[in-house]
Design a protein around this ligand. Sequence first.
Ligand code: AMP
Ligand code: ZN
Length: 117
Amino acid sequence: MAGEPQADCLFCKIVAGEVPATLVRETETTVAFRDINPQAPTHVLVIPKAHYPDVASLAAAAPQLAADVAKEAGRVAAEDGAEAYRLVFNTGSAAGQTVFHVHGHVLAGRGLQWPPG
Ligand code: AMP
Ligand code: ZN
């Protein structure tokens, strides 16, 4: 069922505490943790605790939860002292998505090129 934990999902395991992560924030509905392979001084992943494969399916099924993720991204950036940041949701393997539990990448602390690669 949509939103239910998936046994083979790395980020569901982080939510369950079965895989360690460097947590930076947690709410009733979301978790934020540092990316294991950071691409910027601030590189934090914000996820809903519930499993949805990508941001569009999250927003369609649970719009308030999508809003929670976006709000948390702003808080993460603010707590890292970032005035500006980029919030990226890679969607689909051709766009670089490797973990199919929706996650927003909060990137900050260096110059961020536009357009992105
Ligand atoms: P994406 O490629 O957009 O699906 O992003 C997945 C991200 O998860 C990558 O930036 C990885 O570095 C990161 N990642 C993979 N495993 C872990 C982990 N155990 N803890 C934290 N970040 C991870
Ligand atoms: Zn999951």
